[in-house]
Each structure stands twice: as structure tokens, then as C-alpha cells.
Write a protein that binds this ligand. Structure first.
Ligand code: ACK
Length: 813
């Protein structure tokens, strides 16, 4: 709260300067040409200066500690020709307390000195020529004040100063409601470290459970809330108030068809006001991340656009002027099955359906003819026919407003985000009876003659993976990766192989591997995608251990999170997110890949059979997905946390050589991977957040992206590393390379931190025991030829950790 701001005072400030030829008020304008009061003095050539400038009386408005912010310019004495002898570069600030305006004529020696003020930056003749104004800002505080107000005084003893503005203020903790108690505007205490205890008052319709209190800090922040109020019976807590309707308790189903469910309900037992509208939330059972909200002023609605033979969950809440009440309990209703002879449907829709099917068939036939001729010309896109030929897709993307009640407002949400009609949703290729249709729906057919295969770069589940070049009509040739389907494949293998293309082809994002197209009309059948020069991320990181800056690593993680955000927004759950399934290009851009239809079951060598018969990459998978196959974007977030760990530890194997069974048990018991070495604390915290047992408490991918963006924008936030002692205390069972007890040999220790390559050098140079190793310095490492900074860090950090543990009595050398 400002007590004075000289910049905002329009008329006379009423300040007094003496002697008369000392401080002078100069009319100036600020950068916006608004007039400002500036006081200047520049008696640098004359001896014995003692120029005073007194402010008018300033009320402290009850504050006992006040702050004074000065903005001023000051001339550099060295730049003055011949004035060095008497020139000063400081001035003094004083105050005098008084209850009223009578104290102005006091003697100079009655003023109490606040401080000598010096400039951080002084200006020279040159700056004057360039019209550069080096403005200094200094803040001082004074307290405890005991009277009602005070005067300030500025004493010049021979400097060249322009006092541009004086702002006097105090700090307060602003009025706030916390734990249903209202805390008033509170002026901070007199002492800079004082916490003022403030009592709160319970808000309307609430009662004290335990006396509510908070503490107001000298910085004006509320700290340490204690106690709370509770809403009285019949009232519910909502947005810091208690005046809301009770939940709707009775909901009845009405007419049910294949695609719609009608409901009606009764007003809540305790409306606590006039009900303005109801909010109806519904979603398909077990698909809670995608839900629809209808707002209605009536006590009936019809939810349409539903899937036949599916169970939907409904919840309703009422809104009064005080806000929304709580949601009702969940009500489950099921739509009629697709083939049921429903009495609800008249003959007319059947005729309409028949006609529609006829039109669709016609369109498909035309589609085939057109797409065939198109492919002959080498451009082969079939997707232009998508909307006509596959109307089943249209209902997935939104809903038709045509039948909507004008009193209703309807919104779709996915993963907490509003889903605008027309926003694309991932379509599971399994929903196509003929998988060939799906692949041509989403993937371009490429003629084999456009592809030059150059070399084999790896082995996929269905055949070799090659690098090569693709030359499309009218485009420059460019490098591609080519997955091939081995000869002698079964029909199921062909379907599964092309399933990946049907999925990949639906995505368009810089952090998702881009599909160029497929070759299905000749053999070998191929999937052609963009080429990623550095291959898979885990291998790449292992090869380049310790070689990247933290910002580069965070950049990789940011890319992966952004790709995953896109996938989760599309409603696609990856299920096998791991560094081995991320590809990285020559610009270190990471892209999510591996979208095989059955890969979690068959393809991934990491996948193991669970007791329920599923095959799951245990170390990367969330506990609820392992236990009851609850794969969601939240389980992908868990896997993302593991990928973060893999990246920050340069491709280390999560949980090292623990068995899958031990991993499941340890995670279930609450153990988590310890921080990788040299890992910024903010990143490890994010990993731990991703590994929250409660999947709803894990961050969403959009939150992860924005957290990483903030860290990248503010690299100093990455400087705090997880300290060695807390790393040690976070050890997951006995499998960390550090903290496992004493290492039996130098070789074992170096192997454990993946620096085994230096064992021989250590031994040859006399570092043959852990005792000797404990003395190694950075200088020694350089002398031994450990020149890579990443490796030096790894070794030194490991030694440091062992020393910390030694201090803690944990690991004797
Ligand atoms: O680690 P890598 O070199 O990267 O070995 C595997 C191998 O093929 C089997 O999957 C590599 N690979 C797969 N897709 C691509 C691609 N689009 N660009 C470059 N390499 C790829 C992967």
C-alpha cells in the first residue's frame, strides 16, 4: 500500500529545501511525457556542502514498518573535469517520527539516519551526450514506528544527484478466505522476520471446528493455516462458500433406444435457493476421460449419439445463485443392443437406414474406382472419400446439434479439455471389419518403384527394417525408414503389420513418427516412414553417455511429452511408452513410435506374461495396468516418468537387474526408482509425480509439457540437483549401484556406474582399492585420461555419494 508516490502527485509536493541554493525542484516529464517532480543538486565544485530536502508529513496509516523506494541518477565524480577534490557519490536519508505536522521545524541533529545511499550506476559526460539516463533504484525499510507519521529528509554533502521519485509504502497480507474462515487485511509486523498470528472468522453458514488462524509474514504472505470452519448441516462447501443445493438423489430412466437414453429426476431435497439449471455429466463406462456435459433448465434430458449396447454413467448436479451443489451418485443405464428389435423405432428410420446403406455401398464402389485410377497416377490418397464412404466415423467426432433442445447446452470433454466438434479422435482399426479398408483409409499407397532400399538397419517383429530413399512425383527424393513384412506371412501377421500403419497414419504431429505410406499392392509389403538418423533413443543415449547438457535432455523429454499430449488428446493410449520406442533424429528431435496393434502382446521383447495372461512391459507399466489392465493416458504418464528416468540416466535399465516379480512387489510396496545421478530436483519430482499410485493424482501430459517449458525458459531452475544424501535415502531396495553396501573391488564399483572402461587405468595407476579411490580428485581423473566431462562428473558424484553415506554410517569404504 502506497503512503506516498511523488510521481503521482500532481500539484505541489510541499517539500522544503534549505539552504535555498541547494536542492532545486526541476519540472520534468517521464517517459510518457507526464509531469514529474524531480529534485536536483550538483554542488560538486564547492567545499562543505550540507543541503537538506524535507518531505511533507507522511501518515503511516497504522503500519509499523515502512519501505522507501528511491529512484535517482548520480554523476560519476571521475568524469568531472577538476572536481574530484570535493565531489561525492552518495547522499544520506533520514526520518523523524511525529504524531502530526508540527514536527517540521526540528533541528537537523534530531533526524535519525536511515542509510547512506550510493548509486549502483553513475553517469558520465558521455552518457549525457548520448542522453542515457542511468536510473538507480534503492529500497530501505524503517521500523518499528511508534507514532502516527513521519518526515523523510535527504541530505546532500556535495554530490551531483537528481532524485526522480520517492515512493513510501507498507506491506500487508490481503483479506482472504481459507478453510471457510475469513481473514482480514492485515498490515505486516514491525520486525522483518515477524509472523503475526491472525484469527479468522467463520463465513456464513459455517461453524468453527477448530479455531481458524493464519500467520501474516513481513513479506505480506499468509502462512501456516491452523484450524478450520465447517459448513453447517444442510450446507455444502463449494468455492469457499456454504449456500449450495444438496445433490439430486432420484433419477429415473425414460425411453431408451440404440443410440439414446432419456432421463428425468427430482429437484434436490434441500435446494437452498432457486435452482437456475442442472448440469448432467455422462460418459461411457470405464471411459471417464471422455465425457459430455449437458446443461438444462428442465428436469429431463435425452442423451443421444450413444453407442448401441453400451453402458453409460450419468451424474447430475443443480446450480443456484450460490453455485453448483455436489454431483449426485452415479447412475448406470445401457443403450439397446444393435440388433434388438426395438419397439421404439418405427419403420421410417429403417427405410432411412436402408437407403443410407445403399448410398454408402454406391459411394464405396465409386470410391474404389476413383482410388484405383488415382493410384495409377501415383498419388493414391483414398482419404478424400472418407466422410462419404465411412459414415460410422462421423458420430465419433462430435454430435449433431439438429435435434438439440434450445434450453440445453452440450459440451464434450476429453482428458479434462473441451472437445470442439470436429476435433479428430483416434479410430481403432479393429472397428473395421476389413483391416485393408482401415489401412487405405489412413495410409497412402506407394508404388514400390518409388522406393530405393539402401541397407538393413535392424530387425522388426515382422521382418527387416531398412533405410532407403523415397522419390514421389513432383517431390525431391528424401531418406526414409522401411519396415518390411517377411515372406510366408499369415493373414493375421499381414493384418497386424499393416495395423501399425493404420494407426500411425492418423497422426500428424512433429513428435510422432510420420508415416509416408504403405506398399500393399506388390511384395514385399512395406511401411514407409520418416527416417530418424539417430535411431532409437535408448541405444542412442547409451552410446553418448554423459554427452548432453541438461537443457538438451529436457528438450528431448519435452518433445516426447508433447507427442504424448497429442496422442492422449486424440484418445490414443500407447501402452508401451519406453525409450526403446522413441526415435531420435539428427537434430535431437524425439518422436514417439511403435504403434503396433498387438505389439504389447507380442512384439516388445520387454513384455512379459502377467498372471492374468496378458503380456506387459512390466518395468514401464503402471501398477493398475499390470494388476487389472487399466491402460489409460494416466498409465502412459507413469511410463513417461520411467522414460524420464531412462533419459536422465542415459539409457540405464529401470530397476537394473531386479526380476519383474521383484519390481511389481517393490512398486506395490511404495518403493520408487531413485533419482538418476546429476538429475535436477525439479525433474526427479516430476518423475515421482508420474509414479503416484493414484492415477488421478498423476500430472496430465499437457501439464508435463508446460512444466518442462517453464524449466527450459528458466534454466537456473534446473541447477538444484537432487542431493546425494537424499538420493541415498530414496534408494529402491538393494538394487541401486550406490548404497548396496561396500563395493568389493574398484572394478565392481566402476562397472556399477557404467565406467568399467576405466578399470584398467585405475588399477595401473595405483587406485586398486576403494580406500585409494576415495582420495581421487578431479585433477587425478584428468591425469588418468578421463577427459569427458560427463564421465568425470559421474565418477566424482559417485565418490561424493559414497562419502556422504560414509558420514551417515551407511557404506564403509
Ligand atoms: O536403434 P535403432 O537403430 O532404431 O534400431 C531399431 C531398428 O530400426 C528396429 O526397429 C530402427 N528404426 C525403426 N524405425 C526407424 C526410423 N523411422 N528411422 C530410423 N531408424 C528406425 C530402430
Amino acid at each position: 500500500m502506497n503512503l506516498l508516490d511523488s510521481r503521482t502527485v500532481m500539484g505541489d509536493l510541499g517539500w522544503i529545501a534549505y539552504p535555498k541554493n541547494g536542492w532545486e525542484e526541476i519540472g520534468e516529464v517521464d517517459e510518457n511525457y507526464a509531469p514529474i517532480h524531480t529534485y536536483q543538486v550538483c554542488k560538486v565544485m564547492e567545499q562543505n556542502q550540507n543541503n537538506w530536502l524535507l518531505t511533507s508529513w507522511i501518515s503511516n496509516e497504522g503500519a509499523s514498518r515502512i519501505f522507501i523506494e528511491l529512484k535517482f541518477t548520480l554523476r560519476d565524480c571521475n568524469s568531472l573535469p577538476g572536481g574530484l577534490g570535493t565531489c561525492k557519490e552518495t547522499f544520506n536519508m533520514y526520518y523523524f517520527e511525529s504524531d502530526d505536522e508540527d514536527g517540521r521545524n526540528i533541528k537537523e541533529n534530531q533526524y535519525i539516519k536511515i542509510d547512506t545511499i550510493a548509486a549502483d550506476e553513475s553517469f558520465t559526460e558521455l552518457d549525457l551526450g548520448d542522453r542515457v539516463m542511468k536510473l538507480n533504484t534503492e529500497v530501505r525499510d524503517v521500523g518499528p514506528l511508534t507514532k502516527k507519521g513521519f518526515y523523510l529528509a535527504f541530505q546532500d554533502v556535495g554530490a551531483c544527484i537528481a532524485l526522480v521519485s520517492v515512493r513510501v509504502y507498507y506491506k500487508k497480507c490481503p483479506s482472504v478466505i481459507r478453510n471457510l474462515a475469513r481473514f482480514p487485511d492485515t498490515i505486516t509486523g514491525a520486525d522483518s522476520s515477524q509472523l503475526l498470528e491472525v484469527s479468522g472468522v467463520c463465513i456464513n453458514h459455517s461453524v468453527t471446528e477448530e479455531a481458524p488462524k493464519m500467520h501474516c509474514s513481513a513479506e505480506g504472505e499468509w502462512l501456516v493455516p491452523i484450524g478450520k470452519c465447517l459448513c453447517k448441516a444442510g450446507y455444502e462447501e463449494k468455492n469457499n462458500t456454504c449456500q449450495a443445493p444438496s445433490p439430486v438423489s432420484t433419477v429415473k430412466k425414460g425411453k431408451i433406444t440404440k443410440n439414446s437414453i432419456s432421463l428425468s429426476w427430482q429437484e434436490p431435497d434441500r435446494p437452498n435457493g432457486i435452482i437456475l439449471e442442472y448440469e448432467i455429466k455422462y460418459f461411457e463406462k470405464d471411459q471417464e476421460t471422455s465425457y459430455t456435459i449437458i446443461k438444462s433448465k428442465e428436469t429431463t434430458i435425452t442423451a443421444d449419439g450413444l453407442k448401441p449396447g453400451s453402458t453409460y454413467i450419468f451424474q447430475i448436479r443443480a446450480r443456484t445463485a450460490a453455485g453448483y451443489g455436489g454431483f449426485s451418485q452415479r447412475f448406470e443405464f445401457e443403450t439397446s443392443p444393435l440388433l434388438a428389435a426395438s419397439s421404439d423405432e418405427s419403420q421410417i428410420p429403417i427405410i432411412v437406414v436402408s437407403v443410407t446403406v445403399g448410398v454408402i455401398l454406391l459411394a464405396v464402389v465409386i470410391g474404389f474406382l476413383l482410388s484405383g485410377s488415382c493410384c495409377d497416377h501415383g498419388c493414391g490418397w483414398a482419404s478424400s472419400l472418407r466422410a462419404v464412404a465411412y459414415p460410422s466415423l462421423t458420430w465419433r467426432c462430435g454430435y449433431s446439434k439438429a435435434k438439440q433442445d434450445p434450453e440445453e447446452e452440450k459440451m464434450h470433454f476429453h482428458n479434462g479439455h473441451i472437445k470442439l466438434p470436429g476435433v479428430r479422435t483416434y479410430v481403432d482399426p479393429h472397428t473395421y471389419e476389413d483391416p485393408n479398408q482401415a489401412v487405405h483409409e489412413f495410409a497412402k499407397e506407394i508404388e514400390a518403384s518409388c522406393i530405393t532400399i539402401e541397407r538393413v538397419i535392424g530387425a522388426g517383429e515382422f521382418g527387416e527394417v531398412c533405410s532407403g530413399r523415397l522419390k514421389l512425383q513432383g517431390k525431391r527424393e528424401f531418406p526414409v525408414a522401411i519396415k518390411t513384412l517377411k515372406v510366408g506371412y499369415t493373414e493375421k501377421q499381414r493384418r497386424d503389420f499393416l495395423g501399425e500403419a493404420s494407426i500411425m497414419g492418423q497422426f500428424d504431429h512433429p513428435n510422432i513418427i510420420h508415416l509416408e505410406g504403405v506398399v500393399t499392392k506388390s511384395k514385399p509389403v512395406m511401411i514407409v516412414s520418416e527416417y530418424m538418423e539417430n535411431g532409437s533413443l535408448d541405444t542412442f543415449l547409451k552410446k553418448n553417455d554423459g554427452q548432453f547438457t541438461v537443457i538438451q535432455l529436457v528438450g528431448m523429454l519435452r518433445g516426447i511429452a508433447s507427442g504424448m499430449k497429442y496422442l492422449s488428446d486424440m484418445g490414443y493410449v500407447h501402452r508401451d511408452l519406453a525409450a526403446r520406442n522413441i526415435l531420435i533424429n539428427s537434430n535431437l528431435v524425439c518422436k514417439v513410435s511403435d504403434f503396433g496393434l498387438s505389439r504389447v502382446l507380442e512384439d516388445d521383447p520387454e513384455a512379459a506374461y502377467t498372471t492374468r495372461g496378458g503380456k506387459i512391459p512390466i518395468r514401464w507399466t503402471a501398477p493398475e495396468a499390470i494388476a487389472f489392465r487399466k491402460f489409460t493416458s494416466a498409465s502412459d504418464v507413469w511410463s513417461y516418468g520411467i522414460v524420464m528416468w531412462e533419459v536422465m540416466s542415459y539409457g540405464e535399465r529401470p530397476y537394473w537387474e531386479m526380476t519383474n516379480q521383484d519390481v511389481i512387489k517393490a512398486v506395490e510396496e511404495g518403493y520408487r526408482l531413485p533419482s538418476p545421478m546429476d538429475c535436477p530436483a525439479a525433474l526427479y519430482q516430476l518423475m515421482l509425480d508420474c509414479w503416484q499410485k493414484d492415477r488421478n493424482s498423476r500430472p496430465k501430459f499437457d501439464e508435463i509439457v508446460s512444466i518442462l517449458d517453464k524449466l527450459i525458459r528458466n534454466p537456473s531452475s534446473l541447477k538444484t540437483l537432487v542431493n546425494a544424501s537424499s538420493r541415498a535415502s530414496n534408494l529402491l531396495v538393494e538394487h541401486s549401484p550406490v548404497g548396496t553396501g561396500a563395493y568389493r573391488s574398484v572394478g565392481e564399483w566402476l562397472e556399477a556406474i557404467k565406467m568399467g572402461r576405466y578399470t584398467e587405468i585405475f588399477m595401473e595407476n595405483g587406485y586398486s582399492s576403494m580406500d585409494a579411490v576415495a582420495q581421487v580428485t578431479l585433477e587425478d581423473l584428468r591425469r588418468l585420461g578421463v577427459t569427458l566431462v560427463g564421465h568425470q562428473k559421474k565418477i566424482m558424484n559417485s565418490l561424493q555419494e559414497m562419502k556422504v553415506q560414509l558420514v551417515n554410517g551407511m557404506v564403509p569404504f
